[in-house]
Design a protein around this ligand. Structure first.
Ligand code: RNT
Ligand code: ZN
Length: 443
């Protein structure tokens, strides 16, 4: 680093006049590094390395408004996409192109989270229903993932938007043929997940979520949960490699048209996962409005080897807005980092905004969760814990507030530069050029 004052000032002026350039990013970083080290005792180089190794599973369904390729009915299951911004991906080629674009705008290596409804049937190939899908229907995704250097692909049975959702019910249905259809679907999904894990030599997280519930006060709250548990038992009785396929179970408090009751409530899910040695998945849009997932993470870490998250942003309800760098997102990241759980919490994103450019929606969310992680990695976590344990709450508050104005953005810029992703808002220009050249030509 240049230690000549004039030279530093010259570079800063250069930065202001010419906008962001790599020399100024390096100089800014050296300044930030020094400040973090001397004032907070935080090692920024170490934080950058840890962030680089942290992968996020990006949900494929932001790109096409949760439609998928295997049906043309409406989105069901009490979830809803709002907005009609042009450029929705309409087929595998378009969705893959958009995903590839996003990964070029996001620093680091990540994972992709696929739903079963994104099965690809080759030209002339027989289309099969969801209870019969096989690994071969995801071969193109594997080829794509390898080509763009994904670390792995995660998977989800698609238990909504389908005619076998009879009266909105699936694995908890009182009708045996309905339950059996979805049990078979989940079993096929386990085979597909194992295939994905093998292809990428990485685990595959397979998340089960069902929308089953009732709009109005149910007469029987136990029966549907008993049937759901029995269906899960049947699915899990299958022989599969538990070191490769990590099955997670996602809870939910309500859905649209399912306001009074859900079979897969928080307690059901946590209890079932714990008892049957699968992993709980917490989606931060799926709790009562004043509950926060950040506070649940440490409790769940005490009783589960690993856990999974769907990071989203609910505005007044489970609205699935784009993830921002807001307080709760930062708090979630802090709980992962300060509890030393970066390899125990599997983070996926889950939202769908159709009112803005979808490539942008994805990019903002991915970059924001990484920023939240970096922010957490740059906190003097040990020192803060010590202050709490020594009941020095006055100093604790002062230091927690002080950290907020540290030059974390300069470290983030360095991370983007080092990992060959656009720095600052440069990604917006690239995204707009893509919109003009590619997305706007879709009718
Ligand atoms: C719905 C759940 C679920 C879905 C995806 C598509 O409320 O959050 O995760 O969003 O599986
Ligand atoms: Zn979710």
């Amino acid at each position: 680093m240049a230690n000549d004052f004039e030279e530093i000032v010259g570079s800063i002026k250069d930065y202001i006049q010419k906008g962001v350039n790599s020399a100024s990013i390096d100089i800014n970083y050296e300044v930030a590094k020094e400040l973090y080290q001397t004032r907070l005792g935080v090692d920024t180089d170490k934080a950058l390395k840890q962030l680089k190794d942290f992968s996020i599973s990006m949900h494929c369904w932001q790109g096409d408004d949760v439609v998928g390729f295997d049906q043309d009915g409406p989105l069901s299951g009490g979830i809803q996409t709002t907005g009609n911004y042009p450029g929705r991906a309409r087929n595998p080629e378009e969705l893959m192109a958009d995903i590839e674009k996003v990964f070029s705008l996001v620093p680091g290596k990540h994972r992709l989270n696929l739903h079963a409804c994104y099965a690809i049937f080759e030209e002339g190939e027989e289309r099969v229903d969801r209870d019969k899908i096989e690994p071969k229907h995801f071969k193109k995704w594997v080829e794509f993932g390898k080509r763009i250097g994904l670390k792995g692909i995660d998977f989800n049975p698609t238990i909504f938007s389908h005619k076998m959702m009879v009266d909105g019910l699936s694995l908890s249905s009182p009708k045996k043929e309905v339950r059996d259809f979805w049990i078979n679907h989940c079993k096929q999904c386990i085979k597909i997940s194992e295939y994905l894990a093998n292809e990428f030599n990485s685990h595959c997280e397979m998340n089960i979520w069902i929308p089953d519930g009732y709009k109005d006060v149910p007469a029987d709250r136990l029966g549907p949960r008993q049937r759901y548990a029995e269906s899960l038992d049947e699915i899990l009785s299958m022989d599969y490699d538990k070191s490769k396929v990590l099955i997670t179970l996602e809870s939910k408090v309500f859905g649209i048209g399912l306001e009074s009751y859900t079979a897969g409530s928080a307690e059901f899910t946590a209890g079932y996962a714990y008892k049957h040695n699968i992993l709980p998945l917490m989606d931060n849009g799926h709790y009562h409005p004043t509950e926060v997932v950040s506070d649940k993470i440490p409790s769940m870490l005490l009783f589960n080897d690993k856990l999974a998250l769907h990071v989203t942003r609910g505005v007044r309800w489970d609205s699935d807005h784009v993830v921002l760098l807001d307080d709760e997102t930062k708090e979630i990241a802090k709980e992962i980092v300060r509890n030393d759980a970066m390899d125990r919490v599997m983070v996926g994103l889950d939202y769908f905004d159709a009112s803005i450019n979808r490539v942008s929606a994805w990019t903002v969310g991915m970059r924001n969760f990484q920023k939240a992680m970096l922010y957490a990695l740059l906190s003097p976590n040990k020192k803060l814990k010590q202050l709490q344990d020594e009941s020095r709450f006055t100093e604790l508050m002062a230091l927690q507030e002080e950290v907020k104005t540290f030059p974390f953005g300069l470290v983030w810029d360095k991370f983007c530069q080092d990992n060959e992703a656009p720095v600052g808002t440069a990604w917006v220009d690239e995204m707009l050029a893509y919109e003009k050249e590619v997305q706007s030509k879709r009718s």
